[in-house]
Design a protein around this ligand. Structure first.
Ligand SMILES: [Zn+2]
Length: 85
């Protein structure tokens, strides 16, 4: 029997998108995360949105968790946050 060991740290942390529930790898702690190519969205900005604006973006109600969005949702939400001129 092996003693309980913490899971090995990988360069891309597996996390789950809080918008669609998809599993994806976040490489925020590495040099080459896909998210650096997209506009960053501060969680406080999402928390400050009115409920109807969040619903329009497909976000669940309540305070956003301190987790990432998957590439698809991050692109969709950032597009939704960008004012259309
Ligand atoms: Zn997603």
């Amino acid at each position: 029997m092996q003693p309980d060991a913490p899971p090995p740290e990988s360069s891309a942390a597996a996390t789950r998108c809080f918008r669609c529930g998809a599993s994806f790898g976040c490489g925020a702690g590495t040099d080459g995360c896909w998210c650096t190519g997209l506009p960053a969205i501060h969680p406080a900005r999402l928390a400050a949105l009115p409920a109807e604006a969040r619903a329009a973006l497909g976000l669940p109600p309540g305070a956003p968790p301190a987790s990432c969005l998957c590439p698809t949702c991050l692109a969709a939400v950032s597009a939704g946050l960008t004012p259309h001129s």
